[in-house]
Design a protein around this ligand. Structure first.
Ligand code: ADE
Length: 222
């Protein structure tokens, strides 16, 4: 999979692309990610990318020209263009799975003060990562990229994401490591038993219990 990210703040991606699982996936060639500075596409002599909104009220609004030029430069017949905006469809694990089927994602990071409405016509999908407003779409684009890349073949241990929270609309079961007794809090006996079937049964029970307590809305979807 290839992911092109269009942003006014490429520096925000430095840590994200150079640490942990994403770094490893890039090194192994399991994904190709390129971050593009929207400003580089500006045809303005001063590389301007935003201006005052017509009608007043708004602050600076991202202009359509640099975004249209960038998308038209990068887009192929296999591309899916995602626009990060709080007005988009609320993101979830199901959308993450759907996006793993794409060959090429182009992610446009929206601007804190707003973007010209005509930019919307470029997007195949508008995505919000939740009902709150960020200063820009950069963090949202990292959330999308991270959640999709970890699902790509070979990026994390095979099938380990079938136990993820939200897979099959269930939250994860509790996990423990050493020591068996930490300040009087003990690891459940069943996990020490070596009885695999009993462990599986216990885990599913815990998933059901936890989901019922914390996210009963998920159980309705099951
Ligand atoms: N840009 C600003 N807020 C956002 C949000 N909640 N989701 C996606 N993009 C955004």
């Amino acid at each position: 999979m290839k992911i092109d990210i269009l942003t006014l703040f490429p520096g925000m991606f430095d840590g994200f692309l150079h640490e942990s699982i994403i770094k490893r996936a890039l090194e192994r060639g399991q994904v190709e990610i390129q971050v593009h500075d929207i400003r580089a596409y500006s045809k303005d002599p001063h590389k301007k990318v935003d201006d005052y909104g017509y009608g007043g009220g708004q602050g600076m609004v991202l202009m359509p020209q640099p975004i249209f030029d960038a998308v038209e430069d990068l887009r192929t017949e296999n591309s899916k263009v995602l626009l990060m905006t709080p007005q988009g469809k609320t993101y979830n694990q199901e959308i993450a799975y759907d996006l793993t089927q794409e060959k090429h994602l182009i992610i446009i990071c929206g601007h804190y003060e707003g973007f010209d409405e005509r930019i919307r016509t470029l997007a195949d999908m508008e995505i919000s990562i939740g009902d709150y407003v960020l200063t820009g779409g950069e963090l949202a684009s990292m959330v999308i990229t991270d959640s999709v890349v970890r699902l790509l073949d070979g990026v994390i241990a095979k099938d380990s994401h079938i136990y993820d929270s939200f897979h099959n609309h269930l939250l994860d079961y509790p996990v423990y490591t050493k020591p068996v007794d930490f300040r009087g809090m003990k690891v459940p006996e069943v996990l020490l038993s070596g009885h695999h079937q009993k462990i599986e049964e216990w885990r599913l029970e815990e998933q059901m219990k936890r989901t019922k307590e914390r996210r009963p809305d998920l159980l309705e979807k099951r």
